[in-house]
Design a protein around this ligand. Sequence first.
Ligand code: 5GP
Length: 199
Amino acid sequence: MTRAGQLIIVSGPSGAGKSTVLRRLLKDCPLPIDLSVSVTTRAARPGEVDGRDYHFVSKERFQQLRAADAFLECKEVFGRGDWYGTLRENVESGLNQGRWVLLEIDVQGAICVMDQCPGAISFFVHPGSLDELELRLRRRATDSEEAILRRLQVAADEIQAMSRYRYEIINRDVEQSVQEICRLLQQSQNEEGLNARST
Ligand code: 5GP
């Protein structure tokens, strides 16, 4: 029998450096990790590629997929009317092939997946404090004042849910965060191996 893979969930406020950490994790961690590409109704940003960053679809197509039960979870994020969903097929086929499937999803979606898949290994990546997040958002200078305030409000709400995650990663240094996540994943793999041998 093939050893089943593991499900990894990562959430955290935008501006915390989460995407950079995950890109590096996929490159540097020796575990067979695949990023699950979500479906979204939001427009592609410059530089984003359909099928790599997201599957970009119309609202009608999204609702068809939803009605067909294609999503493990799906949510309207930020209340802007944009939908995001994790394809059940992505997760199941990866896990069945013994891969580690990584979901980078928001807190609501993460809680929905944790309820369905209690064995998932979850990480909440954040910058340490809301003050630090504000500093980073202002330093990167890509958002309007209104967008910064909205992101901070969303982050404050998301931090309330942090205790639902198995691990908290304070991202002060990308290299260290990547090493820490990789170490925790390898540790969980070793624990799984021990459990399998003792049962
Ligand atoms: P962005 O539009 O900046 O790419 O992502 C906005 C938010 O949507 C981020 O917090 C991201 O983690 C979340 N997100 C991306 N894909 C999914 C998904 O499939 N499900 C859920 N629930 N959230 C997602």
